[in-house]
Design a protein around this ligand. Structure first.
Ligand code: AMP
Ligand code: MN
Ligand code: MN
Ligand code: MN
Length: 277
């Protein structure tokens, strides 16, 4: 039986385990088709592929690209791509380039909110210097006892309208989809249920994405609530999108849903992997 997980993070972005350890973790949970999809970075893909081979899992190269669309941050997952494609690598490098300055500004904003030393504190959790993420700040706030969990941090800090949030302009939808398709890959809208769009805006996003050559949306993801699984299964069908599935794993114990608890795709969708094997 296929057990497919096409959305995971390593310490090459804001996960805590090295790529090979994420592979081991996924394998032990029963995953046999696996993709590493670090934020804005494919530096872990080669190691992940080798580890997947070791554990007998089919490997899918991947990335999760941060974009700005209609003033909001949206994530586009790329799968089955050539991680050595020069245009993709340049695009990802440009996307990462603003992260350190943004991190310094997040630190200043948190200091104004009465939390000093957050930039330095968050840096302790960063393994890839070009990939400082809000998740690293969230771990620091938990360490300081300011919040008791990473999700609680995002409810109280670092999110739009909350202390420590810093506006940032990421890549465009057109660029991200273009880089993915140019590298021979498949573009997927990550966790569509997480964005604060009206149904109308969401429809425009789906239409634009489709027009640009995007082919799939995530339906079952650790970043969706269970009532969103059937909702996005139906939307995938009505827009003619394939459906993807992944935990959005970042760290043991930090996940909203662990590998073993994530349900399979609903039976009425066409899985994004339907013609891969
Ligand atoms: P960044 O790319 O630096 O803006 O950070 C985005 C990351 O923050 C996401 O990939 C998640 O790992 C994490 N994140 C955002 N919102 C939440 C949330 N509500 N709960 C847990 N993690 C979150
Ligand atoms: Mn993340
Ligand atoms: Mn995401
Ligand atoms: Mn993710």
């Amino acid at each position: 039986m296929l057990n497919v997980d096409l959305h995971c993070h390593s310490n090459v972005s804001d996960g805590v385990l090295p790529p090979a350890a994420v592979a081991e973790h996924a394998h032990k949970a029963g995953v046999n088709v696996w993709a590493l999809t670090d934020h804005d970075e494919v530096g872990g893909v080669a190691t992940a592929r080798a580890a997947a081979q070791l554990y007998g899992m089919r490997f899918v190269s991947g990335v999760e690209i941060s974009i700005t669309w209609a003033g909001e941050t949206v994530h586009i997952v790329g799968l089955q791509l050539d991680e050595n494609n020069a245009t993709l690598l340049k695009g990802l490098e440009d996307t990462r380039s603003g992260r350190d300055n943004r991190g310094r500004e997040i630190g200043r904003q948190l200091e104004l909110a009465g939390i000093p030393g957050a930039y330095e504190g968050a840096l302790h959790y960063v393994d890839n210097p070009s990939l400082m993420s809000r998740t690293h700040f969230a771990r620091f706030l938990v360490e300081q006892g300011i919040c008791s969990s990473v999700p609680e941090v995002f409810r109280k800090y670092l999110s739009p309208g909350k202390p420590g949030f810093v506006e940032h302009r990421w890549a465009s939808l057109q660029d991200a989809v273009g880089w993915i398709l140019g590298a021979g890959g498949i573009a997927v809208i990550a966790h569509p249920g997480r964005y604060k769009f009206t149904p109308l805006q969401e429809g425009v996003l789906f239409d634009e994405f489709k027009q640009l050559g995007g082919t799939a949306i995530e339906v079952v993801t650790g970043s969706h609530t269970p009532d969103q699984y059937p909702k996005y299964a139906n939307l995938a069908n009505s827009y003619g999108f394939l459906a993807s599935r992944g935990t959005d794993f970042h760290a043991p114990g930090e996940a909203r849903v662990d590998f073993r608890l994530l349900p399979p795709l609903p039976g009425n969708v066409t899985p994004v992997w339907h013609d891969w094997f």
